[in-house]
Design a protein around this ligand. Sequence first.
Ligand code: CP
Ligand code: NVA
Length: 305
Amino acid sequence: MNTLRHYLQFKDFSRQDYDHVFQRARWIKDKFKRYEPYHPLFDRTLVMIFEKASTRTRLSFEAGMHQLGGSAIYLNTRDSQLGRGEPVEDAAQVVSRMSDLVMIRTFEQDIIERFAANSRVPVINGLTNEYHPCQILADILTFIEHRGPIQGKTVTWIGDSNNMCNTWLQAAEVLDFNVHVSTPPGYEVEPERAGLYGTDHFEQFADPLEACRGVDLVTTDVWTSMGFEAENEARMKAFADWCVDADMMAQARPEALFMHCLPAHRGEEVTAEVIDGPQSVVWDEAENRLHAQKALMEYLVFGKV
Ligand code: CP
Ligand code: NVA
């Protein structure tokens, strides 16, 4: 039997794990594109628990599980006992007795850690306030498909040092690439909250243009993440100069890519010209959530196949 492993943050996997998962993702994607059925998770059940809204995460896990031969059940806080104060530890005991995999989108990382500590089956982080590992898994798969290995490359993060930024920083440590981060004053990276081992793989820049100079990928995200809506007005003012535009992209290497996890706000964190322009790979990135997570689920259930 495969040993129980969870995927709660990017550094839960080693470089060897990622080598395998990316290779499987490409194999699974290729088979899917050729309409060849692949049902390793026949008769298995994924439970998806959402405490925040989602389009891509729900769709990619639900479709992915179905395509692998299994089924997915959607629960949300509004109409389950989770929203009425049932302890997360109790929910984990029950949910994991009736399923083979669990995916959770919630608020504090602590909630998913407590769930996993009481679960009999693998638990996947579908986004917390601190991390979004499944998205970076898809983003790096997308980078590899377009530009080859990410090792030694430089990624620029513009905007909020949020769950996406923290996860890019962890990925840089695991997969040995560099991240330039430019945030407005007061919104800088907190290495401890990001779960970093050191500061060797990232550099903070006050000037976003300078952060983009000579890099291989420029990426950003909303200024106000889910759960932080009360700060929206202050953030709109603070982030006004951290909009990824053609000037920033012109600083990067000519072959640099642009990514955004979506949903995007054109005219806020990115101009329409950039997100809808030739360097943007946002639709491949969104599609790759499906393929990357299918490989992730296969790996968590069976280990190396
Ligand atoms: N990128 C992402 O996680 O999208 P959703 O919020 O739609 O799931
Ligand atoms: N940082 C964003 C990502 C959404 C997919 C949020 O947490 O709302």
